[in-house]
Write a protein that binds this ligand. Sequence first.
Ligand code: K7E
Ligand code: CUA
Length: 635
Amino acid sequence: MKTTITLNTIALAFALGLTSCGKQTGMSQAERTANAVASYVAPGEKDEYYLFYSGGHSGQVYVAGIPSLRHISTIPVFAPYPATGYGFDEESKKLLGDFTWGDVHHPALSQTNSKYDGRWLFVNDNANNRIARIDLRDFKTHQILGPIPNSIGNHGSSFITENSEYILCATRFSVPLPKGRVADPKDYEKEFNGMLSGIKVDPQTGEMKVGWQILTPPFDWDLGSTGKGPSSGWAFWTSYNTEMAHDVLEVNSTQKDRDLCAIVNWRAAEKAVADGKAQMMDGVPIVDPTKVPGILYFVPIGKSPHGMDVDPTGKWIVAGGKLQPATTVLNFEKVQAAVNNKTFEGDFRGIPILKYEAVVEGEVPVGLGPLHTQYDGKGNAYTSMFIDSCIVKWKLPPWTDTEKKDLTKAVLDKVPTHFSTGHLVVAGSDTAHPYGKWCVAMNKLSAGRHINVGPSQPESSQLIDITGDKMKMISEAYTEPEPHFAQILKVTDVQPTEVYPKDENKDPNAVWDKAQGSVTRNGNQVTAKLMAIRSRYNPDRIDAQVGDELTVAVTNVEQTRDMIHGFGLIEHNINMVMDPGETKTFHIKLTKPGVFPFYCTNFCSALHQEMQGYLVVWKPGEGPSGASGVSGGTK
Ligand code: K7E
Ligand code: CUA
């Protein structure tokens, strides 16, 4: 059986055109035992870290535990999620706006002094140009900002600054701006533009608003990261399509050997806006870097680079060149010198291009398809290899003279992954203080390494121990589509609430004892205030008429952990879920007569099944109180 799986896997790997940079050896019994112990979380014990991974086009964020890699919870963000009632009550419907999906790529934990502060998790939506804020007090989405004006394809995001001042974003696509203006894509070079955005974060509340934007040539901005330490106040993005092609990008955007990446002084952009050097477009102050020098520089990096990751010291910036078998290491001190001494190799539309040789420390031959790089804070870098399907560990500068002469010597270790790793995450890598210890590879393919679930296959994630000189593959799990990046947070760095305290509930429709429960009418407005408690609703009957506007507010008065009640209304596409101490509300217009049961959707007690009631929708003029209006309810 085991042999068959291995053979199938290898066959599949070849069929898919995958290669692996190391040999997969059979695992000894001793290794199995050691790995099992390393990742085993015994019944009653808890994981040591949270893994927040993006759910890609599922629109959600998933929470897993490390080292178990078990999926623990789903945080709905950009898509309705009936399991928690998200997208059914008025508040969450308002958050979603007109959209029922998003494409979540890069989660970012809030930071203070370049350390995770356990307050918020921000995620971007590539599809509808939005950013969401999840509050780690309750692991729920509290704000969705956007669609951001002048932003199309908010992919190069959400990169947070070291004190959470800003979330910095770049557009994946370029279009004629402002949005709504139409031009022929044939006139791409002249009419289209990209944009970098600074989203301001309120230091107390986490509330986001669009701060300012920087106009750019129509490249396709890709991944980026923010500076720290010496590079504090700067940000970096790769790009593809420096060719400015507008069709058949697979061919037309891969002509040049190097693409121009952005080196951005965001503090200077902030200052330019404060000094009145911006022009308004669609309500946002826009800085044109050709008119305000010192904000934007380019550096050419080979070939269609993807990730651009600043190391924990803030000195090294590593770009992964999808189509070149090396990572490029920029030295920020050299970048600064080149900026100050104007060591340029020309310009692109007035934006200075830093001389490549003047700012690059070296190209490390890591292998085929390097995408993203993470750091352990001990001078090591870990790069995900899409084509070679592995993680490569290599040594950051300073390099010895021998290493400088032959940078293959800086490559320390490779561990095969299965298959085709996209992102990887090392705990705390994007802060100045990585936790190190664990790396999770997020693989684009699972290629049949799991029980057969038909053609729609999951993605896979693999847990790698990075404490030793050699990396050690420990375990794997299957993840919801589609993780693009993740953040790892120490469980002890956050204390989520398990119950909303009663005195925090300011909802005017909240009811806390059964005497307060009511159904009232005002014209054609019928308002039902229900209390939910094990295992009944008070009241449990709502009378109304066709044509009425019905508002139902349900308060879960429980103050006990995990005592959650739902409110599912038959044939009305409503399911609210109230956590302990929470009130949720929906409005609907009643369009059809009938008796519609409602019931608790969340198993809450032995008599959960009995937790039900009736919405009686009478024909106009009918019902217990006749045409003058009806109300009902048994308390
Ligand atoms: Cu960060 Cu998947 Cu959006 Cu790379 S992207 S893999
Ligand atoms: Cu309340 Cu089930």
